[in-house]
Design a protein around this ligand. Structure first.
Ligand code: C5P
Length: 231
């Protein structure tokens, strides 16, 4: 069994009717929802309030990445919404992350502040070629994670395959949020570094982000229930 509060459903659905229908179908399960750029850019803050009204915790996944001041002020603005988790790209650097924490760290009810390390769609070869970062993906993820922790972040987004190394280096309380989850028999889509939900749990992940295996299933609620049952 997997506890529902470890599951974050990625709602990458820009049609507002379909999105509303999906949220209603999945409500009552005590899971989180992840609102990303596709939805937020088309529907705006209303979608956050809609999710909260249906009882979901909300991860606003906008992956901010800009100069430190712009990201810090952007985060402050986002924190006027009732969100429970928010993120920036660690590639924005130490100063950007420090300013992010300074901007929202003292808010009375701030969301968890998370840094994206290497996207789970990125292979090591792509990282070498496109980002000119040499070495292993894991080394890059650990480097970004260490800087995030130094900057007082609550945790990072990574592949489940990197969770054990992150926890070993930075402690078990440093949170890991892991996309790239595929139940057995579901398509990988564009994800490259993947595990099943039970494998992710065994690897120690705190939150697993699952999108298309639920939202593109013929029966999303059943797909979620199957995952919660460890299928
Ligand atoms: O549909 P799927 O389960 O692949 O959805 C994964 C979600 O997690 C997507 O919304 C994607 O943007 C997000 N994500 C990711 N890898 C990261 C960070 C976020 O796949 N490193």
């Amino acid at each position: 069994m997997i506890s529902a509060d470890k599951i974050i459903i990625a709602l990458d659905i820009s049609d507002s009717d379909k999105l509303g229908h999906m949220m209603k179908e999945l409500s009552g399960q005590k899971v989180w929802v992840k609102i990303g750029m596709e939805v937020f850019y088309s529907m705006g803050p209303d979608v956050v309030f809609m999710a909260k009204d249906l009882g979901f915790k909300v991860f606003l996944d906008l992956k901010l990445h800009d100069i430190p001041n712009t990201v810090a002020q952007g985060l402050k603005s986002l924190c006027r919404l009732p969100i429970d988790m928010v993120n920036v790209h660690a590639a924005g650097g130490r100063e950007m992350m420090e300013k992010s924490f300074e901007a929202i760290g003292n808010l009375p009810q701030r969301p968890l502040l998370i840094a994206v390390t290497q996207l789970t769609s990125t292979t090591e070869a792509q990282m070498h070629l496109d980002q000119n970062i040499q070495g292993t993906i894991e080394a890059s993820v650990l480097n970004y994670s260490k800087i995030a922790k130094d900057s007082h972040f609550d945790g990072v987004v990574s592949s489940p395959l990197e969770v054990a190394a992150i926890k070993k280096l930075l402690g078990k309380d440093f949170l890991t949020v892991t996309p790239g989850i595929r139940p057995i028999g579901k398509e990988a889509n564009d994800q490259k570094r993947i595990t099943t939900p039970l494998e992710a749990l065994a690897l120690g992940t705190d939150y697993m982000v699952i999108g298309r295996p639920i939202t593109q299933s013929a029966n999303p609620k059943q797909a979620l229930l199957d995952i919660l049952e460890g299928k």
